[in-house]
Design a protein around this ligand. Structure first.
Ligand SMILES: C[S@@+](CC[C@H](N)C(=O)[O-])C[C@H]1O[C@@H](n2cnc3c(N)ncnc32)[C@H](O)[C@@H]1O
Length: 463
């Protein structure tokens, strides 16, 4: 026998919602009120799940005044915390959109200059300076260190402090917080935020203009407005390239890429090719966790040089053991190292239109042996069947914010997109030797999908 409270806390949020809806006589609540109660229930239970995840580490929960990271912030497997966060964010945004005046909610969409203030904080290195002053630093000194105006610096910091990023400990004196530590120049996620707030946001500012542009408004092709400019800029600008590739490491941390280190049977794998590896955002942690693996990193020549430097600094053991190789490879033209167990593609296909994406898959398909697998890691949410409990939006609403923003990012930056599972299956499945035209597809069959919250990994084998 369990009491009412035990019964209520044991059933799922969806079951609670259906229970309340189907028992109108037991309560005086109207249907909209039942929905609000159910959302409150989801907020409560998901927050409790998140608290439990922090406590499992033995270090308690993070404090609002924390000035250091919590051990869970650095953990490699955070799938449970990210599942709870998706529910929490989705439910509280939905609740707030119902209860707040609509004028307020809509203006919140556009009253959002956090990206611009974050960009200032990153480029002026406020978090690096504040780290030397744990007791707090006056805005005069901080502005002087960054060669900026003091009152404007204070306004930027105050705007970010509202969101918990930096803290004003007394009037005009600021310290770091657990959030502002992400903005240190050594932090990879900070690099990703830097790249985004500097390069992606300015393209977002001219979105409508691009949608009515005479020449490119209906283009979904490579020549569509920005691709060449973006990769050319990367090639010529060492600082931006460095920030971008360290940012890709940060993107891994943000989306919990390392979770896949725990979710796949790497013990049964001998060799891995990371196609378009960047500096090794995935392959480096993989090599550290599974020292038996032999890894080939493929990318453009200038990135391969950058990758070798990064590994010399951050994973010298793997280099000394000779279990990692760095081989320049143009995935649009060249066939990757042949006959390896796993070919890994992370955040590559979403950069390219169908014709080029197919070409990349065909080249990999040619390298694969009968037992090779291709793992494609991509953004989830546009693809996987909705699982959110009622009365949440089926796709978790604002809990899936990041997924939809990444899709828009690909558009703004490269005129490309995140593909749905079905779209990826189409370009991968048709026999690769059916035709040798640019549009011939790759001859791969989907064998498994791993849902990792916000991202997913699809496993393909030769059809
Ligand atoms: C979005 S990054 C992803 C990097 C890495 N897979 C990751 O997840 O961190 C895209 C990568 O594709 C590489 N790339 C672009 N064009 C390429 C080409 N034609 N051949 C090989 N690599 C290319 C870029 O240099 C970059 O490292």
């Amino acid at each position: 026998m369990c009491n009412w409270f035990q019964f209520w806390s044991r059933i799922t949020a969806g079951e609670r919602y259906r229970f309340l809806i189907s028992a109108p006589k037991m309560t005086e609540l109207t249907e909209p009120e039942v929905k609000l109660e159910a959302l409150l229930g989801i907020i409560n239970s998901s927050a409790r799940q998140a608290i439990a995840e922090y406590k499992k580490t033995g270090h308690g929960v993070p404090s609002a005044d924390a000035t250091t990271f919590h051990p869970l912030d650095m953990a490699t497997d955070t799938l449970a915390l990210r599942k709870a966060t998706r529910l929490l964010e989705g439910a509280y945004h939905q609740l707030s959109a119902i209860l707040a005046p609509p004028q307020h909610t809509v203006m919140n969409f556009v009253f959002d200059y956090n990206w611009a203030c974050t960009n200032v904080a990153l480029r002026a290195r406020f978090a690096d300076v504040l780290e030397q002053h744990p007791e707090g630093l006056s805005v005069d000194k901080l502005a002087e260190a960054a060669n900026l105006d003091k009152s404007k610096t204070a306004r930027v910091l105050r705007a970010l402090s509202l969101m918990g990023c930096f803290k004003e400990v007394e009037r005009d004196v600021f310290t770091n917080t657990r959030l502002s530590l992400i903005l240190k120049s050594t932090n990879n996620t900070g690099c990703y935020a830097h790249f985004h707030s500097r390069d992606v946001s300015k393209y977002a500012g001219v979105l409508y203009e691009t949608m009515i542009d005479q020449e490119f408004s209906r283009s979904h092709e490579e020549r569509g407005y920005r691709r060449r400019a973006f990769w050319d800029m990367m090639k010529k600008d060492d600082e931006r390239r460095d920030i971008f590739h360290r940012g890709m490491l940060g993107y891994s941390e943000m989306t919990g890429t390392s979770t896949f280190l725990h979710q796949y049977h790497w013990d049964n794998v001998c060799s891995v090719v990371d196609v378009g590896s960047g500096i090794g955002a995935f392959s480096m942690p993989l090599a550290k966790m599974f020292p038996h693996l032999r890894i080939t990193n493929h990318d453009l020549p200038e990135i391969i040089v950058q990758a070798q430097n990064a590994w010399e600094k951050d994973a010298p053991d793997a280099l000394l053991d000779g279990r990692v190789e760095f081989v320049p490879n143009n995935f649009l033209e060249d066939i990757p190292a042949a006959g390896k167990d796993v070919y890994y593609l992370r955040h590559i296909l979403h950069d390219w239109p169908d014709a080029e994406a197919t070409m990349i898959l065909r080249n990999i398909r040619k390298a694969m042996g009968p037992n090779s697998v291709l793992l494609i890691r991509t953004t989830e949410g546009l693809s996987i069947d909705p699982q959110a409990p009622e009365p949440m939006l089926p796709n978790f609403g604002a809990g899936s914010h990041g997924v939809y923003q990444i899709d828009l990012t690909m558009w703004f930056l490269l005129n490309s997109k995140e593909r749905t599972l079905d779209e990826l299956k189409i370009i991968a499945q048709v026999p690769y030797n059916s035709s040798l035209t640019r549009r011939a597809t790759a001859g791969l069959a989907l064998t498994q999908v791993y849902d990792l919250v916000e991202t997913m990994v699809m496993e393909f084998r030769i059809a």
